[in-house]
Design a protein around this ligand. Sequence first.
Ligand code: ATP
Ligand code: MG
Length: 331
Amino acid sequence: MRIFSGIQPTGRKHLGNYIGALVQWVAGQDRGDALYCLVDLHALTVPYEPEALRDAVYDTAATLLAAGLDPNRCILFRQSDVQEHSELTWLLSSVTSYGELTRMTQFKDKAGSARELVTSGLFFYPVLMAADVLVYRAEEVPVGEDQRQHVELMRDAAERFNGRFGETLVVPEARIPGVGARIMDLQFPERKMSTTGGSPQGTVYVTDEPAAILKKFRSAVTDSGTDVVRAPDKPGISNLIDILAAVRGSSPEEVEASFNGAGYGAFKQAVADAVVEYLAPVRARYEELRADESAIERILEQGAEKARAIAADTMLDVREAMGVGPVRARR
Ligand code: ATP
Ligand code: MG
């Protein structure tokens, strides 16, 4: 079983990334051959500073290692180090539909709220993401709920490719967690917690100090009621229930039962305390790992070497099937 997933090195990663994606990434190491990628090319689709991007790759790599990724049990690498991702993106442009890309909600959201240039890269983002996964012929893609539509698009691309050029690519499946697949912003609970589009007070970062975490949860937006139960008109409380369930490894129903009659104040405090305790060891490991950039760089280089070998093999088949380049005698 081959597993692939990516994360953007855009700024500090948050509790949504941690619960929605990273927890599954860590578990994936025991379930199959896992490849995890710092998708710096995806990060170019929004405004950025070159120097900051380079540093953010190290920040994010240290976060992933602190969360429990083990370079001996997974392949951790930087997307731009494996050029096959870029080549396959272009080749897949012939089997991805313009109409489908215009329907992607991530594009519509990000283009709609962009203050600067809306790049064509933002529009083409899902094709690059399809290439990321398909170039490894991965079977499973652990992601948060917001990426379901992009995984659907890459499945369509792989099926269309195989139908048009012959069985070459693997059609992957999304793996989305049952609880915590969509953690919401604490200040705007109708919007997902986001690295680039969230509110500062509503986003809990993995590396936040305990005092900052406590403050953010205490000031989380709720509603005028008092019952700790999930409901469509209680997005704030519903989100906090999901967060506590994910952090405790229990269910939202159990959380509701254990805070029956407790009131919002006590409940928010309990969520804050649980998250502080959950993230404290990760933050400590992060500080240690982030201090040694050359060690991180070595891990990424070794990862890229392993990733390249798999990707290059797929590209031989893809090019041959598409009639691109000369016919090659394989092995
Ligand atoms: P941006 O909002 O700028 O796209 P991001 O916070 O979504 O950034 P990514 O690096 O794009 O961060 O996503 C990494 C992983 O985290 C993906 O699998 C994504 O589905 C997951 N994820 C992102 N936000 C959330 C969230 N609020 N809840 C659960 N999972 C999330
Ligand atoms: Mg995202």
